[in-house]
Design a protein around this ligand. Structure first.
Ligand code: SF4
Length: 350
């Protein structure tokens, strides 16, 4: 459905995205983009929606090059691809009632006759688990989780096939996160949605995404099936992100890998592997030679000179990575709506 080839996005001297390639299948399908802030994941999402100017590469949606879309074709794409922001206030006008916000989106894309738009707005509120009478409320009269549901209802109002979910739960409390994640899991099946899920939290992609790409300083450092990345990371950065997921099986705790320092300045990245100043496994070769993305198993790619050693259990953070308890099951906490640890259960994708 969506193909990103060798995408680059520059802001002056800063390479925010540098040679990223991704593929998104038709729904239901989730692709997670995981990384710290400044890794380029939000810029990729904005480029996919034509909200950021690309400096190189190509983005194709259902075979069409986005850069060539004009007029009616561009309008159709704007309807087919929608975004849900981290902060629902970015998509809701505080001066408009919730129902009016949804009706505005319906009207802008002529989705239903005007006289049917109020009923349709009520249907959409019901679909995201809110009472129809929420239509008469203002955003400030709703909780953060309820506002995010309204933002999702607004995005769904134009019947998109592709969603960009930009940290959709990170501004919410744990209970609201659980409900919104469950809602996304249900909608992806019911509406056959494909989405790019942008997050810094591996626990969230473990529940909602078949594939994951890990980004560092605008580049993919590892990609592949989410389950396999969680079970056996091939890149030290993936291992560090994964170790930050709270382990809720108390009989199987693992050591958290704490990376030293901050990501370097993207305007003057370090030579060789851009991760080497923070990498616990860096050797002299890493300081001079850029690691290229290369196969690391079926459907997997990694950019690390020592990927085989990481997979085999090289020492990171004081413990061998092989044999550590995997994967984290905190996402099952989320999906069950719990706020306290639960006993370990078999890992599964929704
Ligand atoms: Fe670490 Fe070297 Fe691999 Fe980069 S190439 S992640 S510095 S081991």
């Amino acid at each position: 459905m969506l193909e990103v080839r060798d995408l680059s996005v520059r802001f002056g001297p800063v390479r925010a995205v540098d040679g990223v390639s991704l593929q998104l299948a038709a729904g239901p399908f989730g692709l997670g983009l995981v990384g710290e802030s400044g890794s380029g994941k939000t810029t990729i999402g904005r480029a996919v929606l034509r909200l950021a100017r690309i400096s190189g590469g190509q983005i194709r949606f259902e075979g069409a090059d986005l850069a060539t879309l004009r007029g009616r074709a561009l309008q159709d794409y704007r309807r087919a691809a929608q975004i849900v922001f981290q902060d629902p206030d970015n998509s809701l006008d505080p001066r408009m009632r919730v129902g009016s916000s949804i009706r505005e989106a319906l009207g802008a894309h002529r989705m239903v006759p005007r006289r049917q738009s109020a009923g349709r707005a009520g249907d959409l509120l019901a679909e995201v688990g809110l009472d129809r009478d929420f239509a008469s409320r203002y955003p400030h009269q709703l909780s953060g989780g309820q506002r995010q549901r309204v933002a999702i209802a607004r995005a769904l109002s134009v019947q998109p096939r592709l969603l960009v979910l930009d940290e959709p739960t990170s501004a919410l409390d744990v209970r609201a996160q659980a409900r919104v994640l469950s809602l996304i899991a249900r909608l992806r099946t019911e509406r056959q949605l494909s989405y790019l899920l942008i997050t810094h939290n591996f626990a969230i992609v473990s529940e909602l995404c078949e594939q994951t790409a890990v980004l560092y300083l605008g580049r993919i450092v590892e990609s592949g099936p989410t389950r396999e990345l969680l079970q056996a990371p091939a890149h030290p950065y993936t291992e560090a992100l994964r170790s930050a997921v709270p382990e809720i099986d108390w009989t199987a705790r693992r050591t958290r890998v704490v990376l030293p320092g901050e990501p370097p300045d993207a305007a003057s990245p370090p030579p060789g592997c851009v991760f080497h100043p923070r990498c616990p496994l860096a050797v002299s070769r890493c300081r001079t030679e850029v690691p290229l993305l290369r196969p690391a198993g079926p459907g997997r790619l990694v950019a690390c000179h020592r990927a085989e050693e990481v997979l085999a259990g090289a020492v990171i953070g004081g413990q061998p990575t092989a044999g550590l308890p995997r994967p984290a099951r905190v996402a099952q906490c989320y999906s069950a709506g719990r706020t306290a640890p639960v006993a370990a259960r078999p890992f599964r994708l929704s």
